[in-house]
Design a protein around this ligand. Structure first.
Ligand SMILES: Nc1ncnc2c1ncn2[C@@H]1O[C@H](COP(=O)(O)OP(=O)(O)OP(=O)(O)O)[C@@H](O)[C@H]1O
Length: 257
């Protein structure tokens, strides 16, 4: 693993215009080529963190800086909703970021084919979203994120709306993809199991104000295979994360005076 972090957030604070303190003294280091899971109770500021990193939102205090890597247009976002254009084929949906960036069609097509292959959708290039299952739509959404060859992928509850089987399959495929491409991924999830299964490191947040309360290195071989889900080590890590989350939620219930 490289030693220089890809991204660092130091003492970040964010207060929205209505006075909500979404983040206070928030600290995070993202190592290149790793998956970092972000878990925490609803409203603890997970999406706010992703918005700040992506540049969609600003921070009020503290600072964020990138390592040796250039963040601009090498960052991609995947949301819970696949948000595909219904009138466009898989191929045209995946090409959208390149089209918006003004990349001509011919040179784009190689990148589009590569991204479609990476998510296992070869043969579906000319299909429309209405003909795809929820899992396949999410694959298109991931391909659309990968087409610009991002050096960091921000994923906000991407598999939250999928059934358990599809979610497990996509978890597995994401691990393979991450390993092959050495992607750097910041992955927001409400699922402790998913957080542990995917990540090199799980960051646990508490709410009111949003902050990091624990960081747990998942020191198991990566990428993982389905047997890992039934291992004692996996269960131990899930218990650790669950314990930190309960504490975080307990704390957040204490009224602030
Ligand atoms: N645009 C906004 N204006 C005012 N308050 C906001 C805004 N966006 C988020 N908030 C508040 O900031 C806090 C953090 O919100 P955020 O969406 O980042 O949390 P989250 O952990 O992603 O929540 P969830 O898990 O429910 O998606 C919450 O109290 C939320 O109500």
């Amino acid at each position: 693993m490289e030693s220089s972090p890809m991204l660092t957030l130091e003492h970040v604070g964010k207060t929205y215009a209505n006075g909500t303190v979404a983040l206070q003294d928030f600290n995070l280091v993202v190592e290149p080529g790793t998956i970092t899971s972000l878990v925490g109770p609803s409203g603890c500021g997970k999406s706010t963190v992703l918005r700040i990193i992506s540049g969609l939102g600003d921070l009020n205090t503290g600072r964020m800086y990138w390592g040796d890597h250039r963040p601009s247009h090498r960052l991609a976002y995947v949301f819970q909703e696949a948000a595909l254009m219904p009138w466009a084929t898989v191929m045209d949906n995946v090409r959208l970021p390149l089209k918006l960036a003004g990349v001509p069609k011919r040179p784009s097509m190689e990148l589009v084919s590569e991204a479609i292959a990476q998510v296992g959708l070869e043969g579906f290039e000319r299909v429309y979203p209405r003909e795809l299952s929820g899992g396949m739509k999410m694959r298109v959404s991931i391909a659309r994120a990968l087409v610009t060859r991002p050096n960091i992928l921000l994923m906000d509850e991407p598999f939250g709306a999928l059934d358990e089987m599809t979610r497990s399959k996509l978890n597995q495929d994401l691990l393979t993809l991450q390993h092959q491409r050495q992607l750097t991924i910041l992955f927001v999830t409400h699922s402790i199991y998913e957080a542990v299964y995917l990540a090199h490191r799980v960051v646990v947040m508490a709410a009111k104000p949003g902050r990091v309360v624990a960081e747990i290195e998942i020191d198991s071989p990566h990428p993982r295979d389905p047997d890992y889900r039934t291992s004692a080590q996996f269960n131990r890590y899930c218990r650790d994360v669950s314990h930190c989350l309960s504490e975080a939620m307990g704390e957040s219930l204490v009224p602030s005076l």
